[in-house]
Design a protein around this ligand. Structure first.
Ligand SMILES: O=C[C@H](O)[C@H](O)[C@H](O)COP(=O)(O)O
Length: 258
């Protein structure tokens, strides 16, 4: 499938692969995007370390380059406990936003990417720490395989995650559902594999919003969600990614914010 980018506000660089000898899996594409992003990493940088199956490959690669001495003096700020564990196992020195309030570069995956580089994140439940870390970055490189590309955020049958406080979560979920009634919104509490409420690294719950129609103006939707008492944060990352690296069957596309 060809990757089509039509927006004028971005510059696009396409890197073609040689004709593939083997069919690339989605995991291969994630790894390709992640490794490409790590080419932006320089010694001495403070790095935001993303969460998820795509970001995991970027961490592996950073760890490898550190071991080989090709990267030195790196400090990582993890966006989840899971990433923190992985980084420690790879020997990546860690810090936090209190000690390093400005981050040179963050690398992280996404669940949806629209043509303006707006994202939906948080289907792994790490959206709050990701938004804090990636909001503090000079450069945020988002890495995805081409299945994550959408025309509009929300309304693709997949969840728009909202982190809420556990206190009276049903009340908050109802408020959120009513907010997007016109889009046929159904709000569901996310459960873990044992059927208990999924608890985030911050001790909160996730309410997933399923929309039958597009969300409409993302900024208006974002403001409306954040006004609901009980909401901590949502998974729309608007105007935050500075670069998106997309790996697809035909090659890598690098899309930069104009
Ligand atoms: O909470 C999870 C994060 O936002 C992930 O970065 C996002 O869900 C993408 O994950 P993956 O790379 O596993 O598709």
């Amino acid at each position: 499938m060809a990757i089509k980018w039509s927006e004028k506000a971005v510059s696009v660089e396409a890197l073609s692969f040689s004709p593939p000898i083997v069919i690339l899996t989605q995991d291969d594409l994630k790894k390709i995007a992640a490794y490409k992003a790590v080419e932006f990493v320089e010694s001495g940088m403070v790095l935001g370390l993303g969460t998820g199956s795509t970001a995991k490959y970027a961490l592996d690669r950073i760890g490898e380059l550190l071991r080989q001495g090709k990267l030195t003096n790196i400090v990582g700020i993890p966006t989840s406990k899971k990433t923190q564990e992985q980084a420690l196992s790879l020997g990546i020195p860690l810090s936090d936003l209190d000690r390093h309030p400005t981050i040179d570069l963050a690398i992280d995956g996404a669940d949806e990417v629209d043509p303006h580089l707006n994202l939906v994140k948080g289907r792994g439940g790490s959206l709050l720490r990701e938004k804090m870390v990636e909001g503090a970055c000079k450069k945020f490189v988002c890495i995805v395989d081409e299945s994550k590309l959408v025309k509009h955020l929300g309304g693709n049958g997949l969840a728009l995650p909202v982190e809420v406080v556990p206190f009276c979560w049903k009340f908050t979920a109802n408020k959120l559902q009513n907010l997007f009634q016109r889009s046929g919104c159904v709000a569901k509490l996310r459960n873990d594999c044992e059927g208990n409420p999924f608890v985030t690294d911050n001790g909160n719950y996730i309410v997933d919003l399923y929309l039958k129609k597009e969300l409409g103006d993302s900024q208006i939707a974002s403001d409306a969600i954040l006004r609901v008492a009980g909401v901590v944060e949502h998974g729309m990352f608007l105007d935050m990614a500075t670069t998106v690296i997309v790996a697809g069957e035909r090659g890598i596309t690098i899309k930069n914010k104009g």
